[in-house]
Design a protein around this ligand. Structure first.
Ligand code: SF4
Length: 328
């Protein structure tokens, strides 16, 4: 089947993925493979910009690979690799940094946010983060980058860097990527308030055991107005109900919607049902993941093969880039 252009995306090696990662990115990565040539990169160099991500970086990179493969990334067609295994990206990053105004980088809200989060580690890599991201994207002659609406400015910035490079060197070797905007659901953590995140410890990891999953689910905050079992609840403001809509059969969701409003079902029962449905939905993923974790050599080979295919594209791009700039 002829595919409709190349998709690129990078994912940080933050260790074992959680439900927010899965619903927000990974399941979309899997779906995109049906219609596009996909290049997915575990961005270990980006992770070096923050100290906490550097701890266990090697193991976390493998954990991410296990999750991606267990979720359904097909390495025989999709290129899955580790960013540092394709050193051409560092060369392109340096070249693109020469056409990127420093003031623009330090003005970016994402840079200011990172400075706020890491006041004791404001390193040069943090400033250049979007340039490295742009280098990743254009190195693989990317047609589309899958993004949520809130990430659109990042891709626009990449497009500006590409225009700037092509104008400065009077060339068209770099391609401006288009955005493939997807509706990314905002997955709240078990606190029911903040986006699900490891740093907030409000997450549910995909690879937990069924019992660990049940314990995390039982900690989920429900409708805050429902104090007693006899109080009617409001599923529209309840995070457990939002998750039921993703993992629970439609008839059962409908029953909960009705029974909650007339106090026919209690939150404890409702959460037990959710834990059961979630565990059932994750069972095949967990079985595949356990199998992959028991075969690290296979996963290492997959990543090595992905890097070798990625380097072919990267080297072709760099030959064109080197020819376009007036280096002696
Ligand atoms: Fe939420 Fe379920 Fe409790 Fe209703 S019964 S408030 S949907 S947890």
């Amino acid at each position: 089947m002829t595919k409709k252009g190349r998709v690129f995306s990078g994912i940080r090696p933050t260790g074992r993925s959680h439900l927010g990662n899965y619903l927000g990115a990974i399941q979309n990565y899997v779906a995109l493979q049906d219609e596009h040539d996909c290049v997915y990169c575990i961005v270990d160099i980006h992770a070096l910009t923050t100290i906490e991500d550097t701890v266990n970086l090697r193991q976390n990179t493998y954990e991410m690979a296990f999750d991606l493969l267990a979720a359904g990334i097909r390495p025989e067609e999709t290129i899955l690799f580790v960013q540092s295994h394709v050193p051409q990206v560092m060369e392109l990053h340096t070249i693109l940094s020469m056409v990127t105004p420093l003031g623009k980088l330090t003005d970016l809200p994402t840079f200011k946010e990172k400075v706020r989060q890491n006041p004791n580690n404001v390193n040069y890599g943090l400033v250049g983060y979007p340039v490295l991201m742009a280098a990743d994207i254009v190195l693989y002659k990317t047609d589309f980058v899958p993004v949520g609406i809130d990430q659109a400015p990042h891709i626009e910035f990449t497009r500006e860097i590409v225009r700037s490079f092509n104008y400065r060197f009077n060339t068209n070797v770099l391609i401006e990527p288009a955005m493939k905007t997807t509706e990314v659901p905002k997955v709240l953590g078990i606190d029911g308030k903040e986006k699900m995140s490891k740093s907030l410890d409000n997450h549910i990891e995909l690879a937990l055991t069924p019992e660990e999953t049940r314990q995390r689910v039982m900690m989920m905050v429900t409708d805050p107005q429902r104090i007693k079992r006899s109080d009617p609840g409001n599923p529209d403001v309840c995070n457990v109900f939002s998750m039921h809509k993703v993992f629970t059969p439609a008839e059962e969701v409908q029953m909960i919607n009705v029974e909650c409003r007339r106090a026919g079902i209690g939150c404890v029962d409702c959460k037990k049902r959710f834990a059961e449905n979630l565990n059932r939905a994750l069972e095949p993923f967990r079985a595949r993941r356990a199998d992959l974790a028991a075969r690290p050599d296979y996963v290492r080979d997959v990543l090595a093969d992905g890097a070798s295919r990625a380097r072919v594209i990267a080297e072709q791009t760099m030959r064109e880039v080197r020819a376009a700039i007036p280096l002696p």
